[in-house]
Structures are given as structure tokens and as C-alpha cells.
Design a protein around this ligand. Structure first.
Ligand code: HEC
Length: 248
């Protein structure tokens, strides 16, 4: 060993020296030992059982009464003084229809008057207030070729609007049949669905000649239009509880 060098004990020696000490657990002190695991388990079981027993048999616990939050102001916003308006089926269709009409407004205009010589009017049009079958067909598949509306001739092309849902089509058709002085019966989603089914094999827009025979035809399921019209809206159909299915 070189006395001039610092005495460097390598860590392996130190570990070996202390290994025996490290192996020993510290001496226990009386009263300081951790409780055995079974004590924790047993008190858990006692608490769960006790809580369940008290809840089931002791009674008298009322969440409303015992809630720390009861009796305190919860929502300080003033109550909305406006009366809640429940729209009847007709008003509901008209209100929805006025929005869906955005699809048509670019051509037929907000006034329903169309564009002279180019786009026929919906206001006062016998095509609109006439039979429901014809207008439903037009809106689903479109219309082309020469048509006479309110005594004027048009020869344009209306693109099909059948991509709208049954509901939206029923709303917008009810809307145009009852706006700008028009008066017509309501058109329901069921009538739209039925027409779609009938004409599912038809391709391309109709012509005036195709539809003349439907001028006065009404789809079955006619409901009177106008305020107070009574129709059971699809939304209000009774909710039938789903049959209980076995869960695995
Ligand atoms: C791109 C323009 C355009 C759009 C959008 C359009 N139409 Fe038309 N519509 C026409 C044209 C053009 C005609 C006439 C077709 C012809 O001359 O053969 C027509 C004809 C009609 C007719 C029969 C004639 C009449 O004026 O009464 C009805 C009913 C009608 N449209 C309803 C609608 C409804 C409802 C919508 C919206 C869901 C709509 N149209 C969207 C252009 C349009």
C-alpha cells in the first residue's frame, strides 16, 4: 500500500463490510408494531356491513334534509317571465318550414313570386295549393320542360330536392302551401315516405305531362291545414319500452 496515496476503500469492500448490518431488521419497540393486515380487512368488512345495515334497517336518513346544500339559493338567475309556447303541429311545421325554405328561396324568392319569365311563382300557384301528390313529386324529383303556372308559361329546370329528409320536405311543402295567401292542407312525413316509395324507380325530373293526371290527387292521410289542425306528430308517438333482452 502506498502511504502517499489517499486511502481509497473501494465500495465493494464497504458493501461487504455492511452487508450483515443491512440484513438485520431494526429492533422492534414495544407498542409500535403495525397492525396486522387482518385487522384492516376485518374493519373494512365491519364498516361495509354496518353501513348497509344502518341504511336498510335503521332508516331516517333523508338526503334532502341532510344535504348541506339544501335551503341555499342554487340558481340566482331570474325566472324567464315569457310564457312557454307550445306550438301545435301546424305552427310547428310552418316554423320549421320557413327555415327549410332557405333551400328554395334562391329561385322562388322570399315573396314566393319567383322570377318573371324564368322561375314560376309559388304564391297563388295552382301547383302548390292543388293536389298534394303532384307537389310532393315535384319537390322530390324536380320539374323540367314547358309548364303553365298562373296563366304564364315557363320552360326551365327545377333540380330535385329529394335529398331533404321526409320531415323537412313535409315542413317546407306545408309552408309553401300556407304562405303568401296560399291555403292548403298539411303534408305529413308519412305522405312523403309513401310517395318516395311509389316513385322510387323514377329517374330524372318530371314533365308537366307526367303530372297532369295528379293535379287534383291528394295523398292519403290528408289532414286539414291552418291553425289548430290536428295531426298526431311522429314525435309524439307513444314510447314503447324496448323488450327486455337478456344481457350477458
Ligand atoms: C334552382 C332553382 C330552384 C330551386 C332551388 C327550387 N325550384 Fe321549384 N322550380 C324551379 C323552376 C325553374 C321551376 C319550373 C320548372 C319548369 O319550367 O319546368 C320550378 C317549379 C316548381 C313548382 C311547380 C310550379 C310552381 O311554381 O308552382 C313547385 C311547386 C316548386 N318549384 C316548389 C319548389 C320548392 C318547395 C323548392 C324548395 C324545396 C323549390 N321549388 C326549389 C326552380 C327551383
Amino acid at each position: 500500500m502506498n502511504e502517499n496515496q489517499p486511502q481509497n476503500y473501494d465500495s465493494t469492500d464497504l458493501d461487504r463490510m455492511h452487508a450483515a448490518v443491512k440484513r438485520e431488521n431494526p429492533d422492534g419497540k414495544a407498542g409500535n408494531q403495525p397492525a396486522p393486515v387482518w385487522v384492516f380487512v376485518a374493519s373494512m368488512v365491519a364498516m361495509v356491513f354496518g353501513g348497509g345495515y344502518a341504511g336498510a334497517y335503521v332508516g331516517g336518513f333523508d338526503f334532502e334534509q341532510n344535504s348541506a346544500f339544501m335551503g341555499k339559493a342554487q340558481d340566482l338567475r331570474p325566472i324567464d317571465p315569457r310564457p312557454k309556447v307550445v306550438l301545435g303541429p301546424f305552427e310547428f311545421a310552418m316554423s320549421k318550414g320557413s327555415t327549410v325554405y332557405n333551400t328554395c328561396v334562391g329561385c322562388h324568392q322570399g315573396t314566393g313570386l319567383g322570377q318573371p319569365g324564368v322561375i314560376p311563382p309559388l304564391a297563388g300557384s295552382e301547383w302548390v295549393t292543388g293536389g298534394t301528390e303532384r307537389i310532393v313529386r315535384i319537390v322530390i324529383h324536380g320539374l323540367s320542360g314547358s309548364v303553365a303556372v298562373k296563366g304564364s308559361n315557363y320552360n326551365g329546370l327545377m333540380p330535385p330536392q329529394g335529398a331533404l329528409s321526409d320531415k323537412d320536405l313535409s315542413y317546407v311543402i306545408t309552408y309553401v302551401r300556407n304562405s303568401w295567401g296560399n291555403e292548403g292542407s298539411m303534408v305529413t312525413p308519412e305522405m312523403i315516405a309513401k310517395t318516395r316509395e311509389q316513385i322510387k324507380d323514377h329517374i330524372g325530373p318530371w314533365t308537366s305531362a307526367d303530372l297532369d293526371k295528379f293535379a287534383k290527387e291528394n295523398m292519403p292521410g290528408e289532414v286539414p291545414g291552418g291553425p289548430g289542425a290536428v295531426v298526431k306528430p311522429a314525435e309524439a308517438a307513444p314510447v314503447v319500452p324496448a323488450p327486455a333482452t337478456a344481457t350477458k
